[in-house]
Design a protein around this ligand. Structure first.
Ligand SMILES: [Zn+2]
Length: 350
């Protein structure tokens, strides 16, 4: 089980290049860059580029590095299984992320390459599956209850300015324990209005492995409609129940039935490594790995969040570090062969 990856990158990249070429939607960053491009005198353009390179080098930017996508389920005082965390454990992990220089981004931001975080910091994607009330319950005045995941995330963010209180919620029909379209719209609307990202986790949480195309599509469409019927915004990404891909992976990312179409920017799995940079050839939107939140115990000694955060701290050259400029993809020169084709014109090797 090679912990990393030099050989692995070489082998995988051919397949990933082929996938990247088969018509993913252009990331937002591209449109933004095109819009903000201004002609400048050759001298000043070159000076600006040199200054940007110096800034990237100072920040030790590596925007081809890996990004941890952490998978949480319930946050409860009495964990019932290895997917649950206590409020204290969750708070401790967020404190660690803040101290290690991580800044949360959403799954949508990650998969579209819209990573707007300060120079020298690292993105982390916090994801919550199955829409349980322990993740978000609003009190009578419309504020998250303190020991819910959202309450704790906001609390840590107040203590650590710069630690953005954002996350992605992969919802199913058990909509945070709320009943009726009004209460459900209120809860989802609260998340949207407060900068959170809502993703599709299918409606009924069935295992999609081995299912027909029609069954797979129906479940994804039903989950998609569940969200769009309550709030206007459509989800951008999907997390597969149990992390199990359908027999044709493509069915998960795009399809439709009736008047509903989906075309996601990423499909997330349930194990067990950090994710590739969206700018690297290694990035495969059809199957983005996530890391289970857990201490270094049992089978989590190496492959859950505490272990991987230790590993990323010990291997800064493999971790994504921002140059602070959303318009460039900055990295040490020798990593250039790993840039995905469609980002080559935005690169800033130094
Ligand atoms: Zn789930």
């Amino acid at each position: 089980m090679g912990r990393f990856r030099a050989g692995h990158i070489g082998v995988l990249s051919l397949g990933v290049m082929a996938l990247a070429a088969c018509g993913q939607g252009e990331p937002k960053v591209v449109a933004q860059q095109a819009a903000s491009h201004k002609p400048a005198g050759a001298g000043s353009a070159e000076e600006a580029r040199k200054a940007a390179m110096a800034k990237a080098a100072k920040a030790k930017a590596n925007e081809l590095g890996q990004i941890p996508v952490i998978m949480y389920h319930r946050v409860v005082l009495k964990p019932a299984g290895t997917d649950d965390r206590t409020p204290e454990q969750f708070r401790t992990e967020l404190e660690r992320l803040a101290k290690d220089g991580y800044v949360p981004i959403t799954a949508k931001e990650y998969t579209t390459g819209k990573i707007a975080i300060p120079a020298g910091t690292h993105p982390v994607v916090l994801t919550f599956d199955d829409s349980s009330p322990s993740q978000l319950t609003l009190d009578g005045t419309g504020h998250p209850k303190p020991d819910t995941a959202v309450g704790i995330l906001q609390e840590v963010s107040r203590k650590h300015p710069g630690f953005r209180p954002v996350a992605t919620f992969y919802v199913i029909k058990d909509m945070f324990g709320t009943f009726g379209p009004e209460a459900q719209a209120q809860t989802l609307g609260w998340l949207r209005d407060n900068g959170f990202d809502i993703g599709n986790h299918t409606r009924d949480h069935l295992n999609l492995r081995g299912k027909s195309k029609e069954q797979v599509t129906d479940q994804i469409v039903a989950g998609h409609k569940l969200i769009t019927s309550l709030i206007k915004d459509a989800p951008s990404t999907l997390a597969l129940p149990y992390g199990n891909q359908p027999s044709t992976k493509d069915w998960a990312i795009r399809g439709g039935a009736g008047d509903v179409k989906y075309n996601y920017t990423g499909v997330f799995l349930a194990g067990y490594t950090p994710g590739a940079s969206p700018f690297s050839k290694d990035f495969d939107p059809l199957g983005i790995p996530r890391i289970r939140a857990m201490d270094k115990v049992g089978d989590c000694a190496r492959f859950c969040s505490a272990a991987w955060l230790d590993w990323l701290s010990a291997h800064p050259d493999d971790r994504y570090t921002s140059d602070g400029d959303i318009k460039t993809v900055a990295f040490p020169k020798f990593k250039a062969p790993y840039v995905a084709q469609r980002f080559t014109k935005y690169t800033l090797p130094y």
